[in-house]
Ligand binder design. Sequence first.
Ligand code: PMP
Length: 389
Amino acid sequence: MTGHDPLAWIQDGLSGLDDAGLRRRVLDRGVADPAPPLDFSGNDYLGLARDPRLAAAAGDATLRWGSGAGASRLVHGGTPPHHQLEQALAAWKHTDDAVVFSSGYMANLGTVTALTGPGDLVLSDELNHASIVDACRLSRADVAVYRHDDMAHLAQLLRRPARRRLIVTDGVFSMDGDVADLPAICDLAEASGAMVMVDDAHGSGVIGPDGRGTAAAQGVADRVDVHLGTLSKAVGAAGGFVAGSATLVDWLRNTARPFVFDTAPPPGTMAAAAEGVRIAQAEPDRRQRATALARRLAAGLDLPEPAACVVPLVVGAPDAAVALSVSLAVEGFSVVAIRPPSVPQGTARLRFTTHAGHDEDDVDVLVDAVRRHWSVGSSERTDLGPVRR
Ligand code: PMP
């Protein structure tokens, strides 16, 4: 040992996170836990992640096609479950075709970078998911971040000169639970020749006719060019996808680097996702229950009516959010505190999500517990500044 430790700076970095109340803990769900907490923070909105039908589909496909795809789709990774899932997604989203990635994160990285490059302009809502933020950076295009849901600001930024323009937005915003104004975005896009990409990770399966998502709910599905979603939330499995025109999907299969260079997702996961997509459409009561419970929860806490299943309670300081989360954990609820940089400075929050597996009593007991530990309406935003992620 030379005494030379080139990683010593990391300890200072971790201490800095501790001092700011921003140290993260990786949570394990204990298998042996006799009374598992009531989960109000996951994204398994339709309660499909533990549905035996998905597990059976995964098991059958795994036995038949193997536990791993073995290579990228273009090398030799594609199996019938991949292909069948893509067809099912295209039919669900009413598009020509769809392409699957190994995660929603990869789908965003692959799509933004395949559609834009140097000389292009990406217009991105300031509250878009981190995977979109990273995708924008990786694209080497100019990136113009517009204020959340501020259409006048978007219109102004669209005037910047560029070879091509791409407007990208979450459908349902993951940490705020509100929805993008897609008709207005489509109007601006059409007036300026821009492409529109909607990441509907939290709307797909949850809102709109047949659970088709935010664009369908707002009647503009056919005006959105790129429908991106994840298979890890309402669908109950894992993976990401893009649905759109045959030309778009062909382009992504040829040029989206996470499609070309990433090993294809496992066949069993694809089969589970296909079963999840089927159930999401066949059992509408699941999304109806999950969204009705979200509205009940929000009403109980005097919060604005949510569009889907995400109900944020902004607390302000990171420590206060963690303290509230811990108090609720003691009472048997799992609700994780979300802190910067996942959300803007000064807006640490509890992000509640409701699921089809909850019932009214679960929500009412939660409301009662929150009200005992937090004075509803007292949310305090400290140092509200620009979003930095
Ligand atoms: N987009 C949004 C809006 C998300 O919330 C998430 C997941 N948190 C992703 C993309 C990434 O999806 P995945 O978890 O499948 O990688």
